[in-house]
Design a protein around this ligand. Structure first.
Ligand SMILES: NC(=O)c1ccc[n+]([C@@H]2O[C@H](COP(=O)([O-])OP(=O)(O)OC[C@H]3O[C@@H](n4cnc5c(N)ncnc54)[C@H](OP(=O)(O)O)[C@@H]3O)[C@@H](O)[C@H]2O)c1
Length: 326
């Protein structure tokens, strides 16, 4: 089968399109013909072997997982003998991070990483959902305890998590401000953000506005600045960003909560936990993934370069050739 392989850490030039052996499912796995796969920040970090924790876990000097790509959608070709929930022909999607392997024509996955894809959802749409939508939902609902009538700010609003977060937030009747770079503000407005802020022109922690809830995918400021932008009893939720800033939030958060009654929380992704709920929202027409692309499998290096520059809008999706023939 064809796959995008990397054998050393580096820039996207180290990614090569190669012929490799088709994987064979273990007893508790299914074999999936991949129709679409999207790019996540984790792919970008693993490509470069950063931060260092990724090297400790996934290969100190060279990558142990040689095929990246976690958020896949496809059709099941074969099932291991212990698989109970799926059968060949089922259309599925899910987040395979921890194993990866999605930048390929076929990948194996355990059944608990997968959900059935609704018939009216395209493979491209399905591949855009798993990680970004879980982070958005778990950030707003589980950690952020979002309530009607609140003022919410999403920092890093135009990427994967932000574009899902807006749509989920709007279901709760909140007023949403989105922060991103100038080139994305028109898209944010057209998606339904009530206010937009260009982070290159304005620091939202210093403009005097206060929010009940902040969802941050970039965590690049001091936790004290974020706290200042919260209303009394407000909640700041970090999804990701600078490791040092996140550690600061983690360690100083309890102290800040004691002194100021403002809450600092961190999302620890529960992979695939709410895919069935996302299916419900999608089928009810309440959420639609924002797709940048799609690109071809051979274009993964270029798509990764584009992701690294941060200019993408929503989720970058790769479509496999056989997807266009169905
Ligand atoms: N907590 C967990 O368990 C867990 C698990 C997996 C992933 N993650 C994290 O989840 C996040 C994924 O986010 P995503 O998929 O939405 O990323 P994304 O698609 O790259 O979107 C990030 C957005 O932020 C914008 N941005 C860049 N610098 C900014 C700044 N200084 N201020 C405001 N916005 C800025 C980017 O646009 P421009 O570049 O044009 O500015 C982009 O639109 C990552 O932080 C990742 O590390 C967390």
């Amino acid at each position: 089968m064809k796959a995008i392989v990397f054998t050393k850490y580096g820039i996207p030039d180290v990614l090569e399109l190669r012929e490799v052996d088709k994987p064979v499912p273990k007893d508790d796995e299914v074999l999936i013909k991949v129709y679409a796969v999207s790019i996540n920040d984790w792919d970008w970090n693993l490509l470069q072997g950063t931060p260092f924790i990724n090297r400790l876990l996934y290969g100190l000097f060279k990558p142990k997982k040689k095929i990246l790509g976690s958020d896949i959608a496809g059709r099941i070709e074969a099932v291991g003998k212990n698989v109970e929930r799926f059968q060949p022909g089922d259309e599925v999607f899910g987040d395979l991070s921890g194993e990866w392997g999605g930048f390929a024509e076929y990948v194996c996955a355990r059944e608990n990483a997968l959900a059935l894809k609704p018939a009216n959802m395209t493979f491209d749409e399905a591949a855009a959902i798993p990680q970004a939508a879980m982070l958005a939902l778990q950030g707003l609902r589980d950690k952020g305890q979002i309530q009607p009538g609140q003022k919410l700010l999403i920092n890093g609003a135009g990427g994967g998590v932000g574009t899902f977060a807006l749509q989920i937030a709007k279901l709760h009747g909140v007023e949403v401000t989105g922060v991103d770079s100038s080139g994305k503000l028109d898209m944010l407005r057209s998606m339904g953000f009530d206010q937009v802020i260009d982070y290159t022109q304005e620091d939202f922690t210093k403009n005097g506005q206060r929010y009940d809830l902040i969802l941050d995918v970039k965590t690049n400021r001091s936790i004290f600045n974020y706290t200042r932008a919260l209303r009394p009893n407000g909640i700041y939720v970090t999804v990701g960003g600078s490791m040092s800033r996140i550690f600061q939030a983690l360690f100083l958060g309890p102290l800040i909560s004691m002194i100021s009654k403002k809450n600092i929380r961190l999302v620890a992704l529960k992979q695939n936990k709410d895919l069935a709920y996302m299916n419900e929202l999608f089928e009810a027409g309440k959420v639609k993934p924002v797709i940048d692309g799609p690109y071809k499998l051979s274009e993964v290096p270029e798509a990764m370069r584009y992701f690294g520059k941060g200019n993408h809008k929503g989720k970058i999706v790769i479509t496999l050739e056989h997807n266009n023939k169905t």
